[in-house]
Design a protein around this ligand. Structure first.
Ligand code: VLZ
Length: 134
């Protein structure tokens, strides 16, 4: 296991979350609220098993998966579209491909110094988030 993402992480920057939400078809009112949020991520990594809980004052989203095992993702409370997701290691990066109605959908997590980075992709939009340990 190359990297350990386990811990509690607070969002410190969120570049183009708006563009990502537009690409997902999130409505204006929801976007207005969502872009003000400072979500926290709690990650538990145990071998190939991951638990990633993204929480905020507005909504939260729980994702659990095993490396290399495709699963049905419902994106409940986000855009509510179902997709087939699979997460794999690409060197020290954790890469998720979310296959469904939206092209080029997925995300990548990696560590840079003491920070957790996340790139969220949908269609031609890329959102870049950085988190620091709580
Ligand atoms: O993260 O896919 O860590 O799922 C934001 C919730 C959660 C609050 C964004 C507002 C999920 C939502 C990002 C309003 C529309 C994500 C993965 C990688 C794990």
């Amino acid at each position: 296991m190359p990297v350990d993402f386990s811990g509690t992480w607070n969002l410190i920057s969120n570049d183009n979350f708006e563009g990502y939400m537009v690409a997902l078809g999130i409505d204006f009112a929801t976007r207005k609220i969502a872009k003000m949020l400072k979500p926290q991520k709690v990650i538990k990594q145990d071998g190939d098993s991951f638990y990633i809980h993204t929480t905020s004052t507005f909504r939260d989203y729980l994702l659990q998966f095993k490396i290399g095992e495709e699963f049905e993702e419902d994106n409940k409370g986000l855009d509510n579209r179902k997709c087939k997701s699979i997460v794999t290691w690409e060197n020290d990066k954790l890469v998720c491909v979310q296959t469904g109605e939206k092209k080029n959908r997925g995300w990548t997590h990696w560590l840079e110094g003491d920070d957790l980075h996340l790139e969220l992709r949908c269609e031609n939009q890329v959102c870049k988030q950085v988190f620091k340990r709580a």
